[in-house]
Design a protein around this ligand. Structure first.
Ligand SMILES: Cc1cc2nc3c(=O)[nH]c(=O)nc-3n(C[C@H](O)[C@H](O)[C@H](O)COP(=O)(O)OP(=O)(O)OC[C@H]3O[C@@H](n4cnc5c(N)ncnc54)[C@H](O)[C@@H]3O)c2cc1C
Length: 291
């Protein structure tokens, strides 16, 4: 029988692929990763990754349900660095689990962070910790929930591209139709998505413009005069409906200020019921995330 766990597990880098200028796909495996898995589709399942901290080591955590409290109580130098990511691919068999994450390479001066830096240097054999759904346990951390809607619109930037890709591939044979609008840094940032034929995928290269410059006009909106950076609140916006009804279901994720504007445009500009919109800040301009 494979490894069972209740907390984060050790994940070993097996493969590193530069799939486009801004996306680096890292595939993890190893004996402990076997503990992760799920019965249902991954959709926009979020996972927590813990990277080595300044000392270059990963924290030693007990496999127990209150691991997070134990992690928070560690001295900062021993804790490592926690960030949230999505599952791009998950392969689970009776022998192993393999999981791929698409890391955005935001490596510019003043706009990089420990997670992007780690991914830029990752080599087979390197290790991190991953906390995600465990085999045989309830699957927590999925927000995509179109309910009775038959039409779905997905809107996001490059950080949401892996989740959107996973959702689309998991919607094969679902009978749902709709479209996806994905803003990416460069024109060649179009990693393959095996989307259902009833979905149209629109890639929107930003090519040096501000976040949201292509995404906001996609649904008839425009960038507000007030740039998203002016928001002082470090919290990410996050609201997901439990029963979105039968109208079009909107799923929005990306830079927090842009996501907020997109939702405002839909509600105030297009008259969409706010109960049909799931919106999630995945990162925030000028703000370093915390675990
Ligand atoms: C549910 C969820 C799922 C996510 N899935 C993914 C995923 O699959 N792939 C992925 O790459 N990201 C994903 N993200 C976003 C990711 O967690 C953030 O981009 C995070 O800030 C990266 O950590 P960092 O250590 O590199 O940078 P941080 O230390 O958090 O930030 C350092 C600086 O980098 C800036 N920054 C952060 N991200 C970007 C960016 N994309 N472009 C430009 N500047 C940036 C910040 O504003 C800050 O100034 C997800 C976030 C959430 C909440």
């Amino acid at each position: 029988m494979g490894f069972t766990a209740q907390g984060p597990v050790r994940a070993i880098v097996e493969k590193v692929e530069q799939v486009s200028p801004s996306f680096r796909r890292i595939t993890f495996g190893g004996p402990e990763l076997f503990a992760l898995g799920m019965d249902g589709p991954a959709l926009d399942q979020r996972i927590k990754l813990i990277f080595p901290g300044a000392a270059g080591t990963l924290p030693e955590l007990q496999q127990r349900p209150d691991w997070y409290r134990e992690w928070l109580a560690l001295p900062e130098a021993e804790r490592g660095i926690m960030r949230t990511y999505s599952i791009r691919h998950l392969a689970q068999t009776v022998e192993h689990t393999r999981l791929s994450v698409d890391f955005v390479m935001h490596l510019g001066e003043g706009s990089s962070g420990p997670a992007a830096d780690w991914a830029a240097r990752a080599q087979p054999g390197h290790e991190i910790l991953i906390f995600g759904p465990h085999r045989g346990q309830p699957q927590l951390g999925v927000e995509f929930n179109p309910g009775r809607a038959r039409e779905v619109v997905l809107l996001g930037d490059e950080t949401a591209a892996p989740a959107i890709a996973r959702v689309l591939e998991d919607l094969q044979d679902s009978g749902l139709r709709g479209s996806a609008y994905i803003e990416v840094p460069e024109i060649t940032d179009t990693p393959h998505i095996d989307a259902p034929s009833d979905f149209q995928v629109h890639w929107l290269p930003r090519e040096g413009q501000a976040p949201g410059a292509r995404l906001l006009p996609a649904l008839g909106g425009h960038l507000s005069e007030e740039p998203p950076t002016s928001e002082k609140d470090p919290e990410l916006v996050w609201d997901t409906p439990t029963d979105p009804g039968e109208g079009t279901y909107y799923w929005i994720a990306g830079e927090s200020g842009v996501v907020k504007q997109l939702r405002r445009n839909l509600v105030q500009g297009a008259g969409v019921n706010r109960g049909q919109i799931a919106f999630m800040g995945y990162w925030k301009l000028g703000v370093s995330m915390r675990g």
